[in-house]
Structures are given as structure tokens and as C-alpha cells.
Write a protein that binds this ligand. Structure first.
Ligand code: KG4
Ligand code: ZN
Length: 360
């Protein structure tokens, strides 16, 4: 089974060819340099950059897999009728997949148009994938193959720049939302705290790097546990850091490192505790974390420990696949094709797409 996938929901333009769970070829263009000066993703710039790079990225992924973009016969001038797919183009791909949400509307639209075009060119069905589901399934990749099958049922913690959610996953395509952030996403909190400290963008890796340099003396920030339920809230924590910096202005490198370490601990503890609580409440023996923030080593350590204390084992994606990529989208499409279940005709762009189970 061979799938071409396209990912453009935020600031990475990515394409991947996946064959039977093996990554044959990937291409990615990161817009980080473009957005760095604004300390965050500027939606309009993101869409434009996707538009500029998408053809190049898709072509590079195809060429990496030894697939030449098929050139059909040129229709006679003035003839606008569709000419169908040349026979030799068919059967190359079982599907062309793209992230249909959640994400930035203009950015997703670029991926959608490119995927639809590729689907036409190759005569393959178009599949719209939930980006967050991709982050969960990315946990299956080891050394370029999706060999590390997830064990179900599990508690899924999805922690990215725009989302922080906990689901119960009963199997592939069987999802139930258990909790979500009521305000900022965990990644957003990392980015905002980094900005308060004058660090670079994206903030998560910068905060993690600096936290390693912290000494033993550091402030203590609140762990926002809310009412003991499975929802999250990170805006209060971010405000606590802002107040701390008001009271302790112009921090030097050591003071900044201490703030980073204290903030990171508060986030890691909160996420880890909620993942463990989800295991306990739903009687789950497995947990998995995906999304950019799941690259954080302290979070991995704390979550593995908290889940173990509930008798559950936690898995994570390889760090490279925590961030946005097209391989996870290709894999989600592949798992869906294998299951024989599809959300028929769900290929429209949905910037607020919620997690949903696949149709029967
Ligand atoms: O999943 P992702 O690549 O894109 C979205 O779908 O949003 O996540 C990006 C987020 C950013 O907020 C970034 O600061 C955060 O993930 N992040 C991290 C780390 N690496 C990336 N947060 C904490 N620790 C990290 N090592
Ligand atoms: Zn993402």
C-alpha cells in the first residue's frame, strides 16, 4: 500500500511517500526563520510561504521515491474538458492524504488544493486526516518504519502549539475526548514564557535547553490542576511567570535558567499527572503522547513515572516525529485504509476540526 501525504496546517510544508508503513521519502520546508522575528506564526505569511514551497516539496518527495510527476497529453488549446488520468499513472498511490484540520485556514487550504491535484493526477482517492490524530500515530515510527504498533486501549495526550487534549483511544479511529485546555495550549505557554524571557522562537526547545543550566535554587510556580478533572489551564501559570518577572526584573542568564526550569517542571508535572489520572479513571494500561511538546525530555520522564504509578506504560514518538511532519498523516491514512473504514467525503478544510471516530 502506497500513500502520498501533505501537511501544511501551521508552519511546516511537508510531503511524504509511505509504502507499507515504511517512509520511502520525505521533504519538508520549515518556516521557522520566517516567523522568528515575530516570535510566533503569522497566518498570512504562513499561507503565502506554503503556496511558494508546496510544489517544490511535493515534487521532492515524489522524486525521492523515484516517482516522476506524470505529464499527460496537452489538451488542445481552448479545450478545458478534463482528460482523465493516463493509465500508467494509476495504481501508483492507494490514496493521497492531507491534514484537513485543525490549523490555520489559509495554510490548510494550500495543502488541500495540492493534495486534490495530486489525487487527480494519480487517479487516487483523496483522504482528509485529522492533524492531531497524526500526532498520536507518529508514536509508531521507529527508524523510518511504523513498527511500534500502539497498544489499545490507551490514554492519548496530544500537546502541541495550538492544542492540549487527552483522549481515550479504544483502537485506530476510535476516539473519545476526555479533557482539553480551557485556555492556552501547553506549547503556546512555552512560547509565551520564552518571549517574556527574550528567548528565541519556538520557545519550547529554548526553554528546555536553558532549564538544563539551572541550579538548585529556583522559584516555584503553581501546578494548575483545576478541579481535579481532566481539563487543563495554562494561562494562570504563564501569568504567574509574568508577575514573577515584574517582581524580579532584568534577570541574568542564571535567573532566566531558573525560571525556565521552574516553569517546565510545572507544565511537565501537570501534564504527567493528568495523563496518569486519565489512566486511572478509565482503567487504561497504556498511554501515548504526541505533538511538539512531547519532545520535552522532562515531560517524558515525569509522564513515564506517573503512568507507571498507575500500572500503565507510556510511549512517545521519536523526537523528530513529535513536530509537524507528513509521515504521520500518511500513516493515519494508511491505518484507515487498512481498517476499511473511511470518513466518506470528509475532505473539506476544517480549521477547528475536533477529534472524531472514523465512520464504519
Ligand atoms: O506539534 P507542533 O510541532 O506544531 C503544532 O501543531 O502546533 O508543536 C509546536 C509546539 C511549539 O509551541 C513549541 O514551542 C513546542 O511545540 N515544543 C516544545 C519542545 N519542542 C517543541 N515544547 C517543550 N519542549 C520542547 N522540547
Ligand atoms: Zn502539530
Amino acid at each position: 500500500m502506497q500513500t502520498l501525504a501533505i501537511e501544511t496546517t501551521c508552519d511546516e510544508t511537508a510531503a511524504c511517500v509511505l509504502r507499507d508503513g515504511r517512509i520511502i521519502s520525505e521533504a519538508i520546508f520549515s518556516q521557522i526563520a520566517l516567523h522568528r522575528r515575530y516570535s510566533g506564526v503569522v497566518p498570512e505569511l504562513a499561507s503565502r510561504a506554503h503556496l511558494e514551497k508546496i510544489n517544490h516539496v511535493v515534487r521532492a518527495a515524489l522524486e525521492g521515491a523515484g516517482i516522476k510527476l506524470p505529464v499527460g497529453k496537452r489538451p488542445p488549446t481552448g479545450d478545458t474538458k478534463p482528460h482523465g488520468v493516463p493509465k500508467k499513472n494509476k495504481k501508483i498511490f492507494d490514496a493521497v492524504a492531507f491534514s484537513r484540520g485543525p490549523g490555520l485556514p489559509g495554510a490548510i487550504l494550500v495543502g488541500r488544493v495540492a493534495a486534490q491535484t495530486a489525487a487527480r493526477v494519480f487517479g487516487a482517492p483523496l483522504i482528509g486526516v485529522n492533524h492531531l490524530e497524526g500526532h498520536l500515530l507518529a508514536c509508531e515510527f521507529r527508524k523510518g518504519r511504523a513498527d511500534a504498533r500502539l497498544k489499545f486501549p490507551l490514554a492519548a495526550l496530544i500537546v502541541s502549539g495550538g492544542h492540549t487534549e487527552l483522549w481515550r483511544a479504544g483502537g485506530y479511529g476510535e476516539y473519545e475526548l476526555l479533557g482539553r485546555t480551557r485556555d492556552d495550549a501547553a506549547g503556546e505557554a512555552f512560547d509565551k514564557v520564552a518571549r517574556l524571557l527574550g528567548l528565541g522562537y519556538p520557545g519550547g526547545p529554548e526553554v528546555e535547553r536553558l532549564a538544563l543550566k539551572a541550579g538548585r535554587k529556583k522559584p516555584v510556580f503553581p501546578r494548575p490542576f483545576l478541579d481535579g478533572g481532566l481539563d487543563f489551564s495554562f494561562s494562570g501559570l504563564k501569568t504567574a511567570v509574568a508577575y514573577y518577572l515584574q517582581d524580579n526584573p532584568r534577570p541574568g542568564p542564571a535567573a532566566k535558567a531558573a525560571v525556565c526550569a521552574a516553569f517546565q517542571e510545572a507544565v511537565a508535572d501537570t501534564l504527567a499527572a493528568k495523563a496518569a489520572l486519565a489512566c486511572r479513571k478509565s482503567g487504561l494500561k497504556y498511554a501515548a503522547a504526541g505533538g511538539g511538546v512531547s519532545a520535552n525530555s522532562l515531560l517524558r520522564e515525569r509522564m513515564a513515572a506517573s503512568c507507571a504509578s498507575e500500572g500503565a506504560s507510556a510511549v512517545f514518538s521519536e523526537k523528530k516525529y513529535c513536530a509537524d511532519n507528513a509521515a504521520m498523516i500518511a500513516l493515519a491514512a494508511q491505518r484507515r485504509l487498512e481498517s476499511g473504514r473511511r470518513l466518506k467525503h470528509r475532505v473539506e478544510v476544517d480549521p477547528d476540526l475536533k477529534i472524531e471516530s472514523w465512520g464504519r
